[in-house]
Design a protein around this ligand. Structure first.
Ligand code: PEP
Ligand code: MG
Length: 913
């Protein structure tokens, strides 16, 4: 009994799969990694998967903690599982007559494409090589497999995992590649495939001698030694440099560890009836419901992903324009048909787009991997909409399938088609990551990072990218590679990030030494600007204008309509011009949550009103000020009216003048002289009046409602402008719904004071326009902690609340909004704060004030309308918080409105769940 109980508690380290059965399943990703869990699932579904076993992520964490030691019993469990694989595959590992070869592959619970290591063809030794030659009757293939094993093993196991750090270009892989090239040169051939079996056998001997010389140890000639070398190196690669930096970028915890999949090898390079490929159940770049992929005849999987050969199209339906290579559908119709059936089965089973790896060995199809395929934003949206139409997923799942930040990609610029028509591309490649981008050309990942840190926009140009380039790829606006297909490293990584990317631009010749590339007769040097159209794969010299593409995308519109069906939170926009208002409406805004009056005094067309505002500010008496305000009035009214006209029938929250007045005082002498003349005073007087406005701490000074208290005539003018504009619009047959918002308020008496002004002016406006009333609301902006605490009193007068979380964050933290650059980076890097609180709402601290404000406000007025108009209103996690605390709406910049609509929908689903 006791013995039995002890055995039951022993953790299971190895899970087998193959022969139509498996010990694991797809839900076991944490333990078996994504790859292992899905191999098990496929095996159970009866999909042809080469037999194998998965060593768990727990073994990896043990291995890391115990500095390379395995848990007790692992060797026995592996031996037992290997015996199982031998039985299913009908071959034996290390057997001289009928040798089984295996691969060792990493597989974490979240995919980390190319960031960890793989060793293939394990089990080839001087004892098994003759057996394999006899069995396959293919000495060339055997020696080629051996050559690849020596290369991978010496690189991954004997160099990287052993911590050897060779100089640039001196790694063992490079050295062996040089031997290969030497041999090709000596034989007068160009392609690897032109080398004979004897050439390759000789090359293997050269390789082994080189390995021994460079690394000081012989390449192991024993199957078991190779197996355990491979297993150890795969675990070790969890802590490789690339894997660590990828984890930092993606936020993957170090303690997850990787699983380790040992699996029978099948070969796509056994001749013309063999092939290997990668496929997606739908197009991962566009989302189109077409089986999409790439394959290579007579090749190993790494050949497709490495981008060394340009791959063939999977089928006729997805053949790229101008491609003449045979598709799998044409070349191997039986295997293709079987693959289509598996595609349908797997997509129905997983109810999501799958990314498949397959191999055809001597006409027999094998699946090596399935996983949920990475996709860019446009593809995610299209798939969500169409899979729901096809009843593959529910409304809620469709909404959850798109990350809010992925919508950003649809809102990202594309190259203006008109500008494109007027010029010609000098280079063409495969459209691996849509959208447009421009930037200065750099040729190394390190330079991309350095230039980016200097504030430059760069385009990273490479022959092909590899996982070592990942940080530079991140820093670049876009990637352009000379080689590789749609499933190459660059394409996969960029798709995951939604980055503009062009691969396989065959016409490019990169000269790294001279830091330039040439294509189509054009030479582009480091630092010169190019523009990429990643949707079409076109490259232009110089900078082309960009436009935003989303409105024309029917799936985007349909997707956001789905979101609107489940969301409870309203979504408004912060907008202060008719153009912004129109854009906000296009993006689905249901009103304006913040119209900043002062914006009319900046930028285009602001000269006249600014001149008059300055006159008002520098006035010395109420009379002077009133005269200046009278001059300003028509500008303010026209400005407000234009935006309210666009928003016809939707609420527009107009905030009274907020910033401290000194911001508008002219500083340069010429301006001051002009102002003095206009006011009929001396330049000296102007200087005196400007000095009088100077404040030591203007953010907490004479601003917002305080201006309206000290100069009620300033508020009056604005209120009159709002109400007259609204009255006129209503008489013109439009529907104006202004909400007058009082900023920087800390006490109910401030609101009462301003509300009385509104009441008085409203009566005058009604009389002037002979109307009974001009519909409007009056409410405070809640952006000072005291206003949150006294919200119950403020709600006595308020007709709505709007949280200004920019200032509320500033006032709660005591961090100046304008001066955080000096210390916030250190706070974030040092882990003192988790994120920039001006970007992501600090729910822990500022959030409490918001919650208190809402609760106390609603204790007075249970149905009080509450919104947010700080920058947080368009940040997904903050939107979820707004939902949780019961806000009525969020308001954000027009470009973030779609993101807020999705975030609000996801928050509503999460709340229900
Ligand atoms: C705020 O403070 O949150 C706000 C929206 O106003 P502003 O950024 O104009 O101060
Ligand atoms: Mg503010």
């Amino acid at each position: 009994m006791a013995k039995k109980a002890m055995r039951a508690r022993k953790p299971k380290h190895v899970y087998r799969f193959g022969g139509g059965k498996a010990e694991g399943k797809k839900e076991m990703k944490n333990l078996l990694g994504g790859k292992g869990a899905n191999l098990a699932e496929m095996a159970s579904l009866g999909v042809p998967v080469p037999a194998g076993f998965t060593i768990t992520t727990e073994v990896c964490t043990h291995f890391m903690r115990r500095k390379g030691k395995y848990p007790p019993g692992l060797r026995e469990a592996v031996a037992k599982a290997m015996a199982g694989v031998e039985k299913v595959m009908g071959m034996r590992f290390g057997d001289p007559e009928n040798p089984l070869l295996v691969s060792c592959r990493s597989g974490a619970r979240q995919s980390m494409p190319g960031m960890m290591e793989t060793v293939l063809n394990i089990g080839l030794t001087s004892a098994t090589i003759p057996g394999l030659i006899k069995k396959t009757n293919n000495p060339r293939f055997t020696w080629d497999a051996y050559r690849r094993l020596i290369t991978m093993y010496s690189d991954v196991v004997m160099e990287k995992a052993a911590g050897v750090e060779p100089k640039e270009g001196q790694g063992i892989r490079h050295q062996l590649e040089r031997e290969l090239n030497k041999m090709k040169g000596a034989r007068g051939v160009e392609q690897d495939t032109e080398l004979t079996a004897d050439d390759l056998a000789e090359l293997c001997e050269i390789y082994k001698a080189k390995v021994k010389k460079v690394l000081g140890k012989p390449f192991p000639d024993d199957a078991q030694a190779q197996l355990w070398g491979g297993i150890g190196a795969v675990f070790q690669s969890w802590n490789g440099r690339r894997a660590i930096s990828y984890r930092r970028i993606e936020g993957i915890p170090d303690q997850w560890g990787t699983a380790n999949n040992v699996q029978a090898m099948v070969f796509g390079n056994m001749g013309d009836s063999s092939a290997t490929g990668v496929a997606f159940t739908r197009n991962p770049a566009t989302g189109e419901d077409k089986f999409y992929g790439e394959w290579l005849p007579n090749a190993q999987g790494e050949d497709v992903v490495a981008g060394i050969r340009t791959p063939n199209p999977l089928n006729e339906g997805t053949r790229a324009e101008g491609s003449t290579l045979p598709s799998l559908e044409q070349a191997m119709p039986r295997a293709y048909k079987q693959l289509v059936a598996i595609r349908n089965r797997l997509e129905r089973h997983y109810r999501d787009m799958q990314d498949l790896e397959f191999t055809v060995q001597d006409g027999k199809l094998w699946l090596l991997q399935t996983r949920v395929g990475k996709r860019n934003g446009p593809a995610a949206v299209r798939m969500a909409v169409e899979m729901r139409q096809q009843r593959l997923i529910t409304l809620e799942t469709a909404i959850e399938r798109v990350r809010p930040e992925q919508l950003d990609e649809l809102l990202h610029p594309i190259v203006d088609p008109e500008a494109e028509k007027a010029t010609t591309p000098f280079c063409k490649g495969l459209p691996a990551g849509p959208g447009g981008a421009f930037g200065k050309v750099v040729f190394t990942a390190a330079e991309a990072v350095a230039w980016h840190e200097r504030g430059e926009q760069v385009i990273l140009v490479r022959e092909e990218t590899n996982p070592e380039d990942v940080e530079g790829m991140r820093a670049a606006e876009a990637i352009l590679t000379a080689r590789g297909g749609m499933t190459s490293h660059a394409a996969l990584v960029c798709r995951g990030w939604g980055k503009c990317c062009i691969v396989g631009a065959g016409g490019i010749e990169v000269d790294f030494a001279r830091k330039l590339f040439t294509a189509g007769g054009v030479t582009v040097r480091e630092g010169e600007v190019v523009t990429l159209n990643g949707t079409k794969g076109l490259v232009y010299q110089g900078k082309l204008p960009m436009i935003v593409s989303s409105e024309e995308n029917p799936h985007f519109v349909a997707f956001l309509k789905l979101c609107d069906r489940v969301r409870r939170l309203g979504v408004r926009a912060n907008a202060d011009t008719p153009e912004d208002a129109a854009r906000a409406l296009e993006f689905g805004a249901e009103g304006i949550g913040l119209f900043r009056t002062e914006h009319m005094f900046y930028g285009k067309g602001s000269q006249k009103p600014l001149f008059k505002l300055r006159k008002m500010i520098l006035s010395d008496s109420v009379e002077e000020r009133r005269a200046a305000l009278d001059e300003l009035f028509p500008h303010v009214k026209a400005d407000m009216k234009a935006t309210m006209a666009v928003m016809d029938g939707k609420p527009v929250t107009i905030r009274l003048l907020d910033p401290p007045l000194h911001e508008f005082v002219p500083n340069n002498p010429a301006e001051r002289a002009k102002r003095a003349k206009a006011l009929g005073i001396t330049v000296g007087d102007i200087a005196k009046r400007a000095d009088a406005l100077h404040e030591s701490n203007p953010m907490m000074g004479h601003r917002g409602v305080r201006l309206g208290i000290t100069y009620p005539e300033v508020s009056e003018m604005q209120i009159r402008a709002v109400l007259e504009a609204a009255a006129e619009l209503n008489l013109e047959g439009k529907k104006a719904l202004p909400e007058i918002m009082i900023p920087v308020l800390c006490d109910e008496n401030e609101l009462k004071h301003q509300a009385e002004l509104v009441q008085r002016i409203h009566a005058q406006v009604c009389e002037k326009f002979a109307v009974r009333k001009v519909p409007h609301l009056v409410g405070p902006m809640i952006e000072i902690p005291r206003a949150c605490l006294l919200a119950n009193e403020i709600a006595e007068t308020a007709e709505f609340f709007s949280f200004g979380t920019n200032d509320l964050t500033q006032m709660s933290f005591g961090f100046s909004r304008d001066d955080i650059g000096g210390f916030l980076p250190a706070y974030i890097e040092g882990g003192i704060l988790p994120a920039d609180p001006f970007n992501i709402l600090d729910q822990k601290g500022v959030g409490q004030l918001v919650e208190i404000g809402i609760q106390r406000g609603r204790s007075t007025q249970p149905k009080l309308k509450v919104g947010i108009c700080g920058e947080h209103g368009g940040e997904p996690s903050s939107v979820a918080f707004c939902q949780k605390v019961g806000m009525t709406y969020v308001s954000c910049s027009p470009f973030r409105v779609p993101i807020a609509r999705l975030a609000a929908a996801q928050a509503a689903i999460a709340e229900k769940a």
